[in-house]
Design a protein around this ligand. Structure first.
Ligand code: C2E
Ligand code: CA
Ligand code: CA
Length: 696
């Protein structure tokens, strides 16, 4: 395709030699459009690949001629044709954007076409390059990342808009400045200047990531967390000529990460470190202590009877109480110590760098004292106590897990020894815990291996000595330990949930045995079974009782369930529902160990109780302790009043029996009449109808 050249020239001689040279050019086909006036030239710009221009025309003279054309067609290359006198003006035109100038009376027919075609080619390339650069710049400015580049000496050559915003420098201001000046980065933790990755990228000729925790300091001092990397820039031959860095503001993301890790490590209710963070701190504390040969203490704290408060006053009050506890704990420790919440009503305090183990006792005492002060929650004035277990590093263990486990044992021990106190871990506790674990494992198999059995103890009419009822008491024939009493394993069974299948076994066994005695024609007295609070709380408990009665055929009124006061206190609303359900089945309900718990008249009235069993601790000192005698007579009176049967437990002597008879206690149970005995033996008792220690 031929190129259209616009020739603007009023000098006829020059024009014709140009026309000759271009039209006869062998290598390139040119089509020349010749005009004599500037105004004509302006009209024929369209489609021109190049302009050959004389600056002195009839209608325009000097540099203004160039400006007119250049203004109208800035992308078309212009070659100035000049006389030697006007060379200065031609030079001006070149400075203003013309490609070059030639002397019009010294034109070379051979070189002119070459000059024109290379000028056109250059213009086309420049245009393409310009477009490409423009595209790159637009791209760089529209991406979300900041981009900065330097030359090989580390001087800034380019900043995109985001980089301008993040550094606070404009491209013009920054150009030529050292990168370290424009792009100031520090380590967010040490606050020390970080190594600039661009220098490294240039030196090592490879991509270099920004150092971690990098913070960019803007020109005005505002800081932003940034991330990303720098890479070297190469020339065509592959030599490094500079570096480019891409980075972005991660302040928001980093803040979010921080927040998330805070949430994962803190308890939302109290804002204290949670067990995860505590574990980290404990590991850290152990390391530090071992390095400095210091001691540290872990205090494991559990609020006494917290569940009771939570159940009776509601979770909102319970939660606020926990917050109050958290605040008090803070006041008892040094700021360097750690107070954490393990969950529920359990807290752990970590005492760093102690000198004596007694220091831990002092702190524990301080904590107990602080917690004892009444907690004002809404209109409630709550009085609480806590139990604390203490372990010392390195005496009690060398790792976090061992220390925590032993602190937990010690806490339980503090609970066992009467609450509102602290206990240091002792190795016996560990032995006990191990024993307990193995007991739990063995108990799991006790039912299927047929190791459980029941003993039976009669309830006796104190006036006649006749048997009025039977209590089934659980025994475990342990392969090594022989016959184990329920006191040894019921709590464990409750804690690990085994009490549910065990209780179900007891219930079925007792009902079956009662049916056996009935079938043998022995007096049809009521059989009583002990029910733990855990069983009563288990969903479907009443339905289970109903099913066992149906299965064994025992009428409901021949079964009595002995419940403890604590079982009734917990979660009293749903308890009331279960009791009502049980009454619908027809079973009798007795309140066991009466007098040791809350003994409140209000719930005696609220619940459908048939019998009260006076705890044997009152019967034991009946003959010597006036207070106990008072309690016993009060309970007997209460039973009369509410029409509940009263049974005195643990009658061991004739004197106790005599007093109970004098007070008018209707029924009794105890070694005086009979120890709990196996079924076969109990059958004999039933046959006589009365017990060995018959009433006088
Ligand atoms: P409990 O319900 O108060 O049962 C009476 C306990 O007192 C029995 O202890 C019995 O052997 C003992 N005892 C009876 N007469 C006398 C006496 O005159 N003097 C003395 N010192 N003690 C007497 P045992 O059989 O060791 O049972 C202890 C506790 O274990 C029971 O107390 C009951 O709470 C629980 N238990 C027993 N069997 C079961 C069961 O099948 N399920 C559940 N959940 N708990 C059971
Ligand atoms: Ca009982
Ligand atoms: Ca009892």
């Amino acid at each position: 395709m031929s190129q259209r050249i616009l020739l603007i020239q009023d000098d006829e001689v020059a024009a014709s030699s140009i026309l000759d040279a271009l039209r006869n050019s062998s290598d390139l086909p040119f089509e020349v459009d010749w005009v004599r006036r500037c105004s004509d030239g302006l009209e024929r710009l369209d489609g021109a690949a190049a302009i050959l221009l004389d600056l002195y025309l009839p209608d325009s003279r000097g540099i203004a001629t160039f400006e007119r054309l250049y203004g109208a067609a800035p992308r078309v290359p212009i070659l100035i044709l000049t006389s030697s006198q006007n060379e200065t003006t031609a030079k001006l035109a070149v400075q203003a954007g013309a490609q070059d100038y030639l002397f019009k009376n010294r034109l070379d027919a051979y070189l002119l076409p070459k000059a024109v075609s290379s000028m056109i080619e250059r213009a086309v390339n420049a245009e393409a390059l310009f477009e490409e650069k423009e595209r790159a710049l637009v791209t760089l400015n529209s991406i979300g990342d900041a981009v900065v580049s330097t030359d090989i000496a580390g001087n800034v050559t380019y900043l995109n808009v985001i980089a301008e915003r993040l550094t606070g420098w404009t491209q013009e201001e920054a150009a030529g400045h050292k990168i370290e000046e424009v792009f100031r980065i520090i380590d967010s933790t040490t606050r020390e200047t970080s190594q600039n990755p661009m220098a490294l990228a240039i030196r090592e000729d490879k991509t270099v990531a920004l150092p971690p925790n990098c913070v960019l300091i803007r020109r005005d001092g505002v800081e932003a967390a940034i991330e990303d990397s720098a890479a070297p820039i190469h020339d065509r031959r592959g030599a490094v000529t500079g570096a480019v860095m891409v980075f972005h503001d991660v302040s928001v993301a980093r803040a979010l990460t921080l927040k998330m890790s805070y949430l994962a490590q803190h308890d939302s209710l109290t804002d204290l470190p949670n067990r995860i963070l505590l574990n980290d701190r404990l590991i850290e504390a152990i390391e530090l202590s071992s390095r400095h040969h210091r001691m540290l203490a872990v205090l494991y704290l559990d609020i006494d009877r917290f569940k009771h408060i939570n159940d009776s006053l509601g979770h909102v009050v319970g939660d606020r109480l926990l917050q109050s506890v958290a605040r008090r704990l803070f006041t008892c420790v040094r700021s360097s110590d750690t107070v954490s919440r393990q969950g529920g009503d359990e807290f752990v305090v970590l005492l760093w760098e102690m000198r004596h183990s007694e220091d831990a006792a002092v702190t524990a005492q301080k904590i107990l004292q602080a917690l004892r002060e009444p907690h004002q929650i809404d209109q409630h004035e709550l009085h609480i106590t806590a139990s604390i277990g203490i372990v010392i590093y390195p005496d009690d263990g060398l790792d976090a897990e061992t220390l925590m486990k032993k602190a937990d044992f010690a806490m339980y021990h503090a609970k066992d020894t009467g609450r509102d106190g602290f206990q240091f871990f002792k190795s016996e506790m560990n032995a006990r815990a191990i024993e307990r674990q193995s007991l739990e494992d063995q108990l799991r198999h006790a039912i299927e291996r047929g190791e459980l059995l029941l003993h039976y103890q009669p309830k006796v009419n104190l006036a006649t000595g006749g048997i009025t009822g039977i209590e089934a008491l659980l025994r475990w024939r342990h392969p090594d330990q022989g016959l184990v009493a329920p006191g040894q394993f019921i709590t464990i069974a409750e804690e690990c949930g085994l009490i549910v299948p065990i209780g179900r076994w007891v219930l079925r066994e007792a009902c079956l045995q009662a049916q056996v005695w009935k079938a043998a024609g022995l007096s049809p007295v009521c059989i009583a079974v002990n029910i733990s609070a855990v069983e009563l709380r288990t969903p479907g408990f009443a339905a289970g009782v109903r099913a066992i009665l149906a299965e064994t055929g025992l009428p409901g009124h021949c079964l009595e369930l002995e419940l403890t006061e604590s079982a009734l206190i917990e979660d009293s609303r749903s308890t009331a529902d279960v009791l009502r359900e049980l009454k619908e089945i027809g079973v009798l309900l007795a309140l066991d160990d009466f007098g040791t718990g809350y003994s409140s008249l209000s719930y005696l009235k609220r619940f459908p109780i048939d019998a009260l069993k006076i705890d044997r601790s009152f019967v034991r000192h009946l003959t010597t302790d006036k207070d106990d005698a008072g309690i016993v007579t009060a309970v007997i009176g209460m039973g009369d009043n509410l029409q509940m049967r009263v049974v005195a437990e643990g009658v061991e002597t004739r004197e106790q029996l005599a007093l109970l008879q004098e007070y008018g206690c209707p029924q009794g149970q105890g070694y005086y009449f009979s120890r709990p005995v196996p079924a076969a033996e109990f059958g004999n008792l039933l046959e006589c109808g009365v017990t060995g220690g018959a009433a006088a």
